[in-house]
Write a protein that binds this ligand. Structure first.
Ligand SMILES: Nc1ncnc2c1ncn2[C@@H]1O[C@H](COP(=O)(O)OP(=O)(O)OP(=O)(O)O)[C@@H](O)[C@H]1O
Length: 395
């Protein structure tokens, strides 16, 4: 069951001096431009409501100035919202005391910044253990914990170096390790990988996804790169002019963009890395077991209008592929044993993989058996369908 971890309710942030007039104008329907012109105030966040689930990697994506940083900084109140509510684990945090918000920042929320935010004169291990020191953990315990986390991100051997001895990618790993060390359930990551070279950036994305599969934190990740957003996000919110235009899974955004703005972002995206096999595969009826007469199987193929049919065992796991021409040849030559005629070396793939993964399986020319995560037959996708799904604007 999904559980809401962070709930933003009608959040509005107005920067400037006359926020009440600006707020009133916004509520009367004035646009961002009108508010700026009339009051000199900037509408940073324009009435955003969002629910972010526990354990979710939620990406906030949008062009520069769309309000991503403002939104994320409202969550831990580095920026004070002008109006609206924020609930963390059901606790309202906009109107809570400064003391309580500091406590929440210390224990529940960690932040990772684009420029790493490391202390230059402290060693890697001291940087990682910093949050633990603030939490009051004793020296021995925090060293052990910091080493443990550094091992997870592959930097244990660098623990006594200063950050300046490390490459950008390594420094960002230290930033990530520092956030993870605190055991905070929520990570706010503000353009965390934007300063890295493309190759290192991709490595860090993979690293984050690997760590997230283990740790299941609630991560709010800001990005202005749609490819990154769709690659790592469980769900992505697209922002424009302070408002959220669409929230959805990467596939929702690519296959069902709500408007031209979202479509313009997603049309450049490599669909093969986003669209899941399960979404584009076809549900087909397999043959249960291999103890059937060839004539009956051929009839079944005729009825279904297919030339090839997968065979599943009692657990619904595909065990072989039957091909019409082989059955017909066998029938004419007196071989009646179906099991002998099955292609056992057939391509198969689980439905949660992206289309890209089906590429290499297309070589055989055979329809690919699509299964669920337990290996049970779900349907098929042909090599031609793999190619078509990748190019069609509406797979
Ligand atoms: N301290 C501030 N005072 C006035 N206006 C601000 C302030 N901070 C941000 N803004 C304005 O609020 C709007 C949203 O800014 P924000 O930094 O949240 O956007 P962003 O999507 O994170 O942009 P970027 O990707 O460039 O960081 C912008 O128009 C920005 O100019």
């Amino acid at each position: 069951m999904t559980e809401t971890k962070i709930h933003l309710e009608n959040l509005i942030k107005i920067y400037g001096k006359h926020t009440s007039t600006a707020l009133q104008r916004f509520r009367e329907g004035a646009t961002r431009e009108m508010i700026l012109k009339e009051t000199g105030n900037v509408l940073g966040i324009a009435d955003v409501s969002l629910k972010i689930n526990r354990g979710e990697l939620f990406v906030i994506m949008g062009l520069s100035g769309s309000g991503k940083s403002t939104l994320v900084r409202c969550i831990n109140r580095l920026i004070e919202p002008t109006s609206g509510n924020i609930y963390i684990d059901g606790e309202e945090v906009v109107h809570t005391s400064q003391k309580r918000i500091r406590e929440i920042r210390r224990t529940k929320i960690a932040m990772v910044f684009q420029k790493f935010g490391l202390f230059p004169h402290q060693s890697v291990i001291e940087n990682v253990a910093y949050g633990l020191k603030v939490q009051g953990m004793d020296l021995k315990e925090r060293r052990e914990k910091a080493i443990d986390i550094l091992e997870r991100v592959g930097l244990a051997d660098w623990r006594n170096y200063l950050p300046s001895s490390l490459s950008g990618g390594m420094q960002q790993r230290v930033g990530l390790a520092r956030a993870l060390a605190t055991d905070a359930e929520i990570l706010l990551m503000d353009e965390a990988f934007s300063a890295l070279d493309p190759l290192i950036r991709r490595e860090m994305q993979d690293e984050l996804m690997r760590l997230q599969a283990e740790l299941r934190k609630t991560i709010v990740f800001i990005s202005h790169d749609i490819q990154e957003a769709l690659k790592i996000g469980d769900r992505v919110a697209i922002m424009k002019d302070g408002a959220v235009v669409q929230v959805g899974t990467p596939e929702d955004l690519v296959l069902r963009p709500i408007d031209e703005y979202v479509r313009a972002f997603t049309q450049e995206v490599n669909r093969a890395q986003v669209v899941k096999i399960g979404t584009v595969s076809r549900k087909t009826n397999p043959l249960n077991g291999d103890r059937h007469r060839i004539g009956l199987v051929l009839e079944q193929m005729e009825q279904q209008g297919v030339n090839q049919l997968y065979v599943v065992n009692e657990e619904k796991v595909p065990v072989g592929l039957l091909q019409k021409h082989r059955l017909e040849y066998a029938l004419n030559n007196g071989n009646q044993n179906l099991a002998d005629l099955m292609v056992n070396d057939f391509p198969r793939i689980e439905d949660f993989h992206c289309l890209e993964a089906a590429f290499s399986l297309s070589d055989s020319g055979l329809p690919i058996a699509v299964t669920n995560a337990d290996g049970q037959f779900h349907g098929i996708i042909t090599p031609k369908e793999v190619l078509m799904s990748m190019s069609s604007p509406r797979a």
